[in-house]
Design a binder for this molecule. Structure first.
Ligand code: DX5
Ligand code: ZN
Length: 215
């Protein structure tokens, strides 16, 4: 069954706790936190504080997407805050073997993400070390952008490369019922959605519909 990861970036920040409860009650299993540093992407969002503050209020799997330079610098903060999965960009992460052993020792799942122009093959050396691949289906930095259909072939290629390994493929950017269905048909396991959920007339209903994709 496909997992839905509502992206807090699009949620009403003045009403965050209620929005998180709504997502959890609607059956979302993951909660997506977009961390932006103004360097790796030309935007700012939030930091570990918000992960820590929400942690006692939710049993969802906290999926932290680090759109930052030098992600290694921030891993301990997000680990302490209660992240379940830390996904770094392959374009930004240095010294991956050290990062892998740190996160394993902290019992945190490891993710690598690819910008749209980064080829699937750049992950080949790391497939035995990671739990999640986050395929960006827009240029990272902002919610509300249109889905890039040319990323579907990359999803399918990654699915083939993964083979029998237990690695999830997560897609992020411009995901709605239509584009989400395309991604699942090409091999995606987790759908991140911001605007489509939080701008829907009935966000809880929209989450439930996304969950039924591929059934
Ligand atoms: C974009 C972020 C996304 C963003 C998706 O850089 O990584 O997680 O919140 O937003 P939508 O679903 O609106 O494209
Ligand atoms: Zn994201």
């Amino acid at each position: 069954m496909v997992k839905v990861a509502p992206s807090l970036l699009a949620a009403d920040a003045g009403n965050l706790y209620a929005q998180v409860q709504m997502a959890e009650n609607a059956g979302a299993k993951w909660l997506h936190f977009d961390i932006m540093d103004g360097h790796f992407v030309p935007n700012l969002s939030f930091g570990p504080h918000i992960v820590k503050q929400l942690r006692p209020h939710s049993k969802m799997f906290f999926d932290v997407h680090l759109m930052v330079e030098n992600p290694e610098q921030f891993l301990p903060m997000f680990a302490d805050a209660g992240a379940d999965l830390l996904t770094m960009h392959i374009e930004a992460a240095k010294n991956l073997p050290e990062i892998f052993s740190y996160l394993r020792q902290r019992m945190i799942k490891i993710g690598l993400s690819l910008k749209p122009h980064t080829p699937a093959e750049s992950l080949l050396p790391y497939l035995d070390n990671i739990d999640n691949i986050l395929v960006m289906t827009v240029e990272p930095g902002f919610g509300g952008q249109p889905f890039m259909p040319d990323q579907l072939a990359k999803i399918a290629a990654l699915k083939r490369y993964i083979g029998e390994r237990k690695i999830t493929i997560e897609v992020d950017g411009g995901i709605n019922l239509e584009t989400g269905a395309e991604c699942v048909a090409h091999g995606a396991d987790v759908l991140v959605a911001g605007s489509a959920i939080f701008k829907a007339q009935n966000p809880a209903q929209y989450i439930k519909q996304l969950r039924t994709i591929g059934e």
